[in-house]
Write a protein that binds this ligand. Structure first.
Ligand SMILES: *Cc1c(COP(=O)(O)O)cnc(C)c1O
Length: 376
């Protein structure tokens, strides 16, 4: 089905960058540079400088960036890792797959970890915290780092949705011991397939991730230091991401502009809540523009009928998927979010005209409610 307002539009973005992206791909192919070549090193250097860390290590997904960060920090069997109950399943799968136990805690109204809940979940087995900076907004990292230092815990930021988000004078991914980024095509910096990176200022973590992604081999000496995986970022992928990285600042500005247009047009509708939160110490990049509505499913169906593509991140809590084997952590705020959240179209291709169509549809949906309230 083709939408009047698509959620994202990868084809249109490629159209705008075609000559540069084609040149990067053809360059790699005609030089025969496919695995661990100059394009990867160049992207890693530029990405580290964008985030503001000493190191960036390219891997083949955000999932692997999380998995390897945990392993590099020495997290494994018998350890507990605290993270958000409201996140993509990959955050939790990485914890489970390194042999540790995920401890899920509740979030605040801005969709991010509640520092009090983190502190309350700490016990002698706790080794790490993964604060997930969801939808483009950084967690309360000052509080989380203070708790972590007090209890001697490792902090690995899940920055998959927060590339470029400011927190004080730093950016997401430069605030903990290490951070994981995703270049899944619909993330703000989206590749031509899966990709991810670990950022850190810790040379030991960076080195361990470089070995883990390449079967445990130190490429300079040929020594295998442990059993790793085959999970390098493709050189071709790095070449394309290096091109796109140059546009990320302008895409962030565009997203902020679109968010403000949504705000101006939807602010007066009392039945929905908009994702604009305190920005005194940080700035959101609006990876997702997530509204909350009690009658979410009906609203979504109306938008769909009007040609507006929306998404629900995520329709059902992880612990309701029996195969994942997670106990119900009893998180009231998170449970409510799963029922109420709706992500509106938001990308570097979203236009003012799109915002107009989406906003009109939402206004029309709530009109009858309003009419009934006025004439009971
Ligand atoms: C996208 C995402 C990931 C995983 O990234 P992949 O590249 O798809 O493996 C992890 N955490 C969060 C919060 C994400 O949004």
């Amino acid at each position: 089905m083709s939408y009047r307002v698509p959620f994202v539009n990868a084809k249109a973005q490629y159209g705008r960058l075609k000559s540069e992206i084609d040149a990067a791909i053809i360059g790699c192919l005609s030089r025969g540079d496919l695995i661990d070549r100059a394009d990867l090193r160049s992207f890693e250097e530029h990405f580290a400088s964008f985030v503001g860390t000493k190191f960036a290590v390219g891997v083949n997904s955000g999932y692997h960036a999380l998995h390897f960060s945990l392993q590099a920090a020495g997290i494994g069997s018998g350890d507990e890792v605290i993270t958000s109950g409201h996140t993509f399943v990959a955050t939790v799968s990485a914890i489970v797959n390194v042999g540790a136990r995920p401890v899920l805690v509740d979030v605040e109204d801005d969709y991010n970890l509640r520092p009090n809940a983190v502190e309350a979940a700490i016990n002698p087995r706790t080794r790490a915290i993964i604060p997930v900076s969801l939808n483009g907004r950084v967690c309360k990292m000052e509080d989380i780092m203070e708790i972590a230092r007090k209890h001697n815990l490792v902090v690995i930021e899940d920055s998959a949705q927060a590339l470029g988000a400011d927190y004080g004078t730093k950016r997401a991914g430069a605030l903990g011991d290490a951070a994981a980024f995703s270049f899944y095509p619909f993330k703000i910096l989206g590749g031509i397939g899966d990709g991810g990176a670990v950022t850190t200022n810790d040379s030991e973590i960076a080195r361990a991730v470089r070995l883990l992604r390449y079967n445990g081999e130190d490429r300079a000496t040929g020594e295998y230091h442990f059993h790793g995986q085959t999970a390098l970022m493709d050189n071709l992928q790095a070449g394309v991401l290096d091109v796109k990285l140059r546009y990320v600042d302008s895409w962030i500005e565009h997203r902020r502009k679109i968010a403000n247009l949504y705000r101006a047009r939807l602010n007066e509708i009392a039945e929905i809540r908009l994702p604009h939160f305190d920005e005194s110490n940080q700035r959101d990049i609006f990876q997702n523009y997530v509204i909350r509505a009690a009658e979410r499913d009906l609203l979504r169906a109306r938008l769909e009928a009007n040609g507006v593509e929306t998404l629900v991140h995520w329709p059902r809590p992880m612990w309701r998927h029996a195969g994942l084997g997670l106990a119900d952590p009893q998180l009231p705020n998170t449970e409510r979010l799963y029922r109420e959240v709706l992500s509106l179209p938001m990308s570097s291709e979203t236009t003012e005209g799109h915002v107009e169509i989406v906003s009109e549809s939402i206004r029309a949906f709530y009109q009858p409610f309003r009419a009934r309230a006025a004439h009971p």
